[in-house]
Design a protein around this ligand. Structure first.
Ligand code: ACO
Ligand code: KIV
Ligand code: MG
Length: 520
């Protein structure tokens, strides 16, 4: 294997991933994910879109300052103020990169209403400006896969001449297919002067379920940077999943002799954390990181695996950080065992966090016969999602249900003030949600209410997900508890807490006055 076969991994979970409706992450969550990506040795982290909001700017700036290994990249439109703002945010990074883009296909040229020549001129101005600020510039012709080839060659050549060091070829709407994805990169390498001096990147969306295949095909044709996200998070059907391309090149290195710098043992921990902070649960049968990816239930498979694990497993669970351990957790377990179990599950926790999780763990172990790994994951996620610092907190809940009607007595802390109401509804969950609305009136519309049992048995914990929308802002909340109704209320209140943060971030209806006005 030669260095020519080194593929750079560009993670855009914090930018394209966060563009998934409802996947907004808090400032602290973004810093944490960036640190995990950095420790996983992702080559480039796209940390955000600095001009989009003050919150994005602050997150990108802080990630730039904290990053140790990765290049830190910010996104900017083909506009001078965007590029300047981006540079302001990333300039403190050890290795900063400006990523600027404009849509080059006929449909996308119509958005800023530029003809081919005007757009070419804009690209020349903006890439030159970016390069005058930063040595490391990436340029993307958005919707490249639907752009006329001659025009694509023309604009890629301009961007290279103006100093772009990486040219990203996005399949913005997930329209291409593997052969075409490869042909496009090959065509650019053959036709564009200077193409051999820069890195071509591939950025695929998964609208037709081909993002991973399209990315790998582009690499086979000469692309050397894959843009991807953890769990395939991203706009619409998502982006290429980092774990899929990285593990595909590792497991099938015989036919795809490419290497990455990724520490694959960090995959599972990141997958879980991203699922939690984004509110996008990983489907059970998701490649690599799904709950069932290494499970065997049918007899013939179990028999085969017992005789030789390779009969039905093409990679080792440990390679992605899924450690098999024999620590059985229950009410007699202590802090040392819990810390070891958490580490096995990919959670490195500080002493204070361990203290808090331990209290919750003991409480759960008292209520549940067996505490499984899934229970501990749900518990950690619940502890992180519903902290004691939130504006809205559930203090006490009493629910009456049955054939004679349903009602809820709910006490909450709202900005430090205790409030209690009695409410009724069509079922216990409805009664509880009505009570929350009475305590904290809001216009947000409930879009999704989903309950999953974490494990089997009637004492299983339920994880509840709630999604809400208010004036274009979409937020989610999750919670887990053996009491499904309590988990439902906590998930609902969690979503409201995120909505409050979003209102503050977007500056509309946002300030404390608004919050207290709603709550009186
Ligand atoms: C495929 C992708 O992932 S693209 C990235 C998508 N990400 C985002 O949009 C991030 C969040 N976006 C935002 O916060 C806002 O849209 C902002 C701050 C970027 C811009 O907000 P506004 O100034 O209010 O503009 P608005 O969103 O209404 O419209 C986009 C404007 O950008 C222009 N534009 C869009 N893309 C580009 C581009 N790549 N280069 C130059 N101009 C562009 C559009 O033409 C439009 O301007 P116009 O109304 O003068 O024609
Ligand atoms: C901004 C660009 C690279 C993008 O996300 C896309 O085209 O999908
Ligand atoms: Mg994209």
């Amino acid at each position: 294997m030669t260095d020519q076969n080194r593929v750079y991994i560009f993670d855009t979970t914090l930018r394209d991933g966060e563009q998934s409706p409802g996947a907004t992450m808090s400032h602290a969550e973004k810093l944490e994910i960036a640190q995990m990506l950095d420790e996983m040795h992702v080559d480039i982290i796209e940390a955000g879109f600095p001009i989009a909001s003050e919150g994005d700017f602050a997150a990108v700036s802080e990630i730039a300052r904290q990053s140790k290994n990765s290049v830190i990249c910010g996104l900017a439109r083909a506009q001078i103020p965007d590029i300047d703002r981006c540079w302001e945010a990333i300039k403190h990074a050890k290795q900063p990169r400006i990523h600027t883009f404009i849509g080059t296909s006929p449909l996308h040229r119509a958005i800023p209403n530029l003809d081919m020549d005007q757009m070419a001129e804009r690209i020349e101005q903006t890439v030159t400006h970016a390069r005058n600020l930063c040595d490391n510039v990436q340029w993307s012709p958005m919707d490249a896969t639907r752009t006329e080839h001659d025009y694509l060659c023309r604009v890629v050549e301009i961007a290279i001449k103006c100093g772009a060091t990486t040219i990203n070829i996005p399949d913005t709407v997930g329209y291409t297919a593997p052969r075409e994805s490869a042909d496009l990169i090959r065509m650019l390498l053959e036709r564009v002067p200077g193409a051999d001096k820069i890195i071509f990147a591939t950025h695929c969306h998964n609208d037709l379920g081909m993002a991973t295949a399209n990315s790998l095909a582009a690499v086979e044709a000469g692309a050397r940077q894959i843009e991807c996200t953890i769990n395939g998070l991203g706009e619409r059907a998502g982006n290429t999943a980092l774990e899929e391309v990285v593990m595909a090149m590792r497991v099938r290195n015989d036919i795809m002799p490419f290497s990455t710098g990724i520490d694959t043992t960090k995959i599972m921990g990141l997958s879980r954390r991203v699922a939690q902070v984004s509110g996008f649960a990983v489907q059970f049968n998701k490649a690599i990181v799904g709950k069932n990816a290494f499970l065997h239930e049918s007899g013939i498979h179990q028999d085969g695996v017992l005789k030789n694990v390779e009969t039905f497993e093409i990679m080792k669970p440990a390679d992605i950080g899924l450690n098999e351990n024999n620590i059985a957790m229950g009410k007699h377990s202590g802090r040392a065992a819990l810390r070891a179990k958490l580490a096995d599950l990919g959670y490195e926790v500080g002493d204070n966090q361990l203290k808090d999780i331990f209290v919750r763990f003991k409480d759960l172990a008292d209520r549940k016969k067996e505490v499984f790994d899934e229970d501990i994951i749900a518990l950690v996620q619940d502890a992180a999602a519903n902290t004691g610092d939130d504006y809205l907190q559930v203090k006490h809940l009493r629910v009456v249900c049955g054939s004679d009607g349903q009602s809820a007595d709910l006490t909450m802390i709202v900005g430090g003030e205790e409030k209690t109401v009695h409410s009724t509804g069509d079922g216990p969950v409805d009664a509880c949600f009505n009570a929350v609305r009475e305590i904290f009136p809001h216009e947000a519309e409930l879009q999704l209410y989903q309950v999953h049992a974490v494990t089997e048995g009637t004492d299983a914990q339920a994880t509840v997900s709630v999604r809400m929308q208010e004036e274009g802002r979409i937020v989610t909340g999750q919670s887990a508890d053996t009491d499904t109704i309590l988990a439902s209320v906590k998930a609902y209140v969690g979503a409201l807490n995120r909505l409050i943060v979003r209102r503050e971030k977007t500056g509309k209806d946002s300030d404390a006055k608004q919050i207290s006005m709603y709550s009186h």
